[in-house]
Design a protein around this ligand. Structure first.
Ligand code: ADP
Ligand code: MG
Ligand code: ZN
Length: 632
């Protein structure tokens, strides 16, 4: 870019004018206050924003109505020690203050003091000169910059916003429970190690792999493991870091990232949360997002720009595959997709084994039992669980983690923080009857998971809890099992109704009823488990990773809708009758269990079953088959 002096003059004019106005008493106090404070290091506002994003800013002292700031920063670029640096702030700093608050930076404002004459003179001359000097510098920089995107100030140039690890030190053995993904990636490792083998026969090496899966399932870990196995550098950036306040910054970051990657090929470029940039373009409500679209376009351009054999493999991760722009998924971009799911029982066991390696765990602990108790846990949850247990063990001054600490940690992860139990009162007894209702119905029904414990110690939202031991991963559940589940979920309300009477039933069953209705409805509309027949009338309610509903619209007639409602009602009604019957028939047992529960607050599964066995004619054998599960 060539700049004539005419342009320079033209450009500098408004700044000089602005400087003149500012000079009218606005800046001198600051100059005075600051110059007594620090040496002469300063940085641009753009640089400052970058430091802020990196979390390197520790404290900000605002001077002169927030036109100038002294910041305390620490970071690798500053030699890892705290430095005081002066920053000129743009006139409107309100936005900045909000941002500082969000980043939890210590802010302090200093009132203006009247200034000495000399300082004011120096300040007056200094400011316009500095601005001019800065402008010249800027123009010279943009003249040499390869980007040429015409960015104002230095925002366009990013420094070290991506991380680079020369060696991740992570290998495939550190990632467990995702065998298919590992197999898929074994190939990628070979591409990186011996590209010649593929190029010799004319194979095009894939450029991009997209990792899809819920949070905490080990996507980042897998990407690092690939780099580790192939011993290549690992560049990583998060999609959200691309999206910035200023249009064009993201695009220039993408350029920088790939420039660095090319210099270090072969290597892995990992883009986390790619959905932040890779969203379907032009779909934003109220207009698209220019910045994001520019960034995405740049990313696509970069990926198209390098040939398959440059040795860069881009791995991106997301848990929102549904929102990705289809251009990302075209051949030559992220044409390979690997799904990483929440681990199953064996996967959990393997992950636990990996994370138990560096912990002192008592020999009485069975990882298999933990794996059984934790269906639905992701790899990160399991890692966190063992860590919580280790912390608890240390706090208790024990030398190895026992099952007790692990149990406590699982409860905390599953149901939230423990609260304080109620004092003995009518409502405590009511909760006790409710929980014992669930537990007794669950125990006496065929096809139901065994009770693990019943407790009156509140956790999270729940005031009492009945835990059932999940017997295996619930991939295939029979009709009889669902019916039993519905019946035991109704056991709480049934007990309230029988013991305290219709007018006394509480809102405590709200959650149970929600679960019951949803199960019954799914039986009818998804699993073909009603007299409507084997039809799939509604799609899966929740999309795999989102945890939100996708409105698919109904594809059936109004008559069928009425049928569905009737069937759902019928299932729930009959299950409720079974639950009421079980409670009535076992009133003495239930009263006894409630007395124990109110006294001890927790009854574990074995103790519970022993008491049940004392009162029921066929010990340890379920006596009830829900009316529905027999035939229909
Ligand atoms: P994601 O990127 O999918 O959100 P991460 O890779 O960041 O998940 O996982 C977070 C942490 O959880 C990892 O550092 C690791 O300790 C643990 N973890 C997750 N999945 C696994 C796994 N499959 N095997 C071993 N550890 C795992
Ligand atoms: Mg991650
Ligand atoms: Zn309940």
């Amino acid at each position: 870019m060539k700049i004539s002096w005419k342009t320079l003059l033209l450009l500098s004019l408004p700044i000089v004018v602005a400087g003149f106005f500012l000079w009218q008493g606005l800046l001198e106090p600051a100059t005075q206050a600051i110059s007594t404070n620090i040496a002469n290091s300063r940085m641009t506002y753009g640089r400052f924003l970058e430091y802020l994003n990196m979390g390197w800013i520790k404290k900000v002292d605002l001077y002169d109505n927030a036109h100038t700031a002294i910041v305390e920063a620490v970071g690798p670029e500053l030699g890892n020690r705290v430095q005081k640096i002066k920053v000129e702030l743009p006139v409107n700093a309100l936005e900045l203050i909000t941002k500082l608050r969000e980043s939890r930076v210590d802010i302090d404002a200093h009132p203006s003091k009247s200034s000495g004459a000399i300082w004011s003179l120096v300040g007056n001359l200094l400011f316009p000169l500095l601005l001019l000097g800065g402008l010249v510098l800027l123009l010279r920089r943009s003249g040499t910059s390869s980007s040429g995107s015409g960015q104002a100030m230095s925002f366009g140039k990013s420094r070290a916003l991506f991380q680079m690890e020369a060696q991740t030190g992570i290998v495939f053995d550190d990632v467990a429970g995702v065998e298919e993904a590992k197999e898929e990636f074994q190939e990628v490792v070979t591409f990186l190690k011996q590209p010649e083998a593929f190029t010799a026969v004319g194979a095009r090496i894939p450029k991009g792999v997209l990792l899809l899966g819920p949070p905490g399932t080990g996507k980042t870990l897998l990407a690092k493991a690939i780099a580790g196995e192939a011993s290549v550098p690992f560049f990583s950036i998060s999609g959200s870091e691309f999206v910035e306040m200023f249009v064009g910054v993201g695009a220039s970051r993408v350029r920088d990232l790939f420039k660095k990657a090319k210099e270090n090929a072969p290597c892995i470029v990992f883009i986390d949360e790619i959905d932040a940039v890779g969203r379907q373009r032009g779909t934003g409500i109220g207009g698209g997002n220019d910045e994001r679209e520019q960034t995405l376009n740049q990313l696509l351009t970069e990926m198209d720009g390098f040939e398959g054999n440059t040795g860069i493999i881009v791995i991106a991760a997301t848990n929102r595959p549904d929102v990705l722009d289809s251009a990302l998924l075209r051949p030559g971009r992220f044409d390979r997709q690997v799904i990483v799911n929440v681990p199953d029982f064996n996967g959990r066991k393997a992950i636990l084994r990996v994370h138990a390696k560096n912990k002192k765990i008592s020999s009485s602990v069975s990882l298999e039992v933990i794996a059984r108790r934790t269906p639905g846990f992701s790899g990160a949850d399991l890692a966190n669980l063992l860590n919580e247990a280790a912390i608890l063990t240390a706090r208790r001054h024990k030398d190895s983690i026992s099952m007790e600490e692990i149990d406590i940690s699982i409860d905390r992860v599953v149901a939230g923080m423990q609260g304080t139990p109620l004092l003995d009162s009518k409502s405590k007894r009511l909760i006790a009857y409710h929980e014992v209702g669930h537990a007794v119905v669950g125990t006496l029904l065929e096809n139901h998971d065994p009770v693990q414990k019943v407790t009156l110690i509140p956790r999270g939202q729940a005031r009492g809890l009945t835990w059932f031991m999940p017997s295996e991963d619930k991939n295939l559940i029979s009709r009889a099992q669902i019916i039993s589940q519905i019946t035991s979920a109704l056991g709480g309300r049934a007990a309230e109704q029988i013991v305290f009477g219709e007018p006394e039933v509480t809102t405590g069953a709200g959650n149970d009823l929600q679960q019951v209705t949803s199960l019954a409805r799914q039986m009818v509309t998804r699993f073909g488990m009603s007299t409507i027949g084997p039809l799939s009338l509604e799609n899966e309610e929740r999309s795999p990773f989102l945890g939100r509903n996708i409105n698919t619209g109904s594809k059936y007639s109004d008559q069928v809708a009425i049928d569905i409602d009737y069937q759902v009602y019928n299932i729930v009604d009959r299950c409720y009758k079974t639950a009421l019957q079980i409670i009535k028939d076992n009133r003495i047992l239930i009263d006894r269990l409630v007395d124990i529960l109110v006294e001890e607050e927790t009854i574990d599964g074995l103790h519970f079953r022993n008491i049940v066995a004392e009162y029921t004619c066929i010990p340890n054998k379920p006596n009830y088959v829900s009316q529905l599960s027999a035939s229909e």
